[in-house]
Design a protein around this ligand. Sequence first.
Ligand code: HEC
Length: 203
Amino acid sequence: MARHPLGGERLLNLAASSKLPQEIYSNSSIANLLFNHPDQKTRILAGEFFRRSDGAHLSLTEIVQLKGYPDNGADLFTLHCISCHKMGDRGREIGPDLKNIRRKFDKTALADAILNPSAAVTFGYEPVMIRSKTDQVYSGFLLSEGTTTVIKDLEGTLHTVVTEDVVEKEILNNSLMPDPVGLGLKAQDIADIIAYLQVQPIL
Ligand code: HEC
């Protein structure tokens, strides 16, 4: 991947050689830029040095080395994930169905998707906000945009607006998926959820 203007790589090289002042590691704006960096290596390395929004230290390299317990992961998945994700016939269809996710993602990529949801938003799930001529505002996912613009909101309801009547459209940068701090997950919880996602039979 090409170098990114954020200069994440240089910053992390300095961090690795302990050349940065201590305060920087608790600077949330810098940390957020790095956790949302387009390059996966930069995101992974950032987790080694930088703290998350509540000061938690969640390192991807540590998480993938933990032994995960799929049964516990199943409980955590029911608690934190099925409000947005389908797993077989359970769950809601706000995010992608995760039944066959282990075919798409290995352990590292799964950990990255859970740790840094806004870094690489799945195609088709970029959140948008539109405002119509009559001042109605809808936010959710853009399903189609031809003569009509169709938005699916977080309840799963479809809203159709004639495209000519859309006066404002904003693509939101952040995924609608909360990060693990928002979900209250610890390193072992994430390892357990990953183990659960990895034992699903491929259909
Ligand atoms: C509030 C809704 C919401 C919750 C809660 C949520 N997610 Fe998500 N998730 C999404 C959305 C929306 C996407 C697609 C956008 C993106 O990639 O960030 C997504 C994407 C993902 C992806 C990438 C899927 C792909 O095909 O690229 C994984 C893996 C994932 N979520 C796992 C989880 C796990 C595990 C949990 C529970 C710990 C969880 N999510 C909780 C909404 C949610």
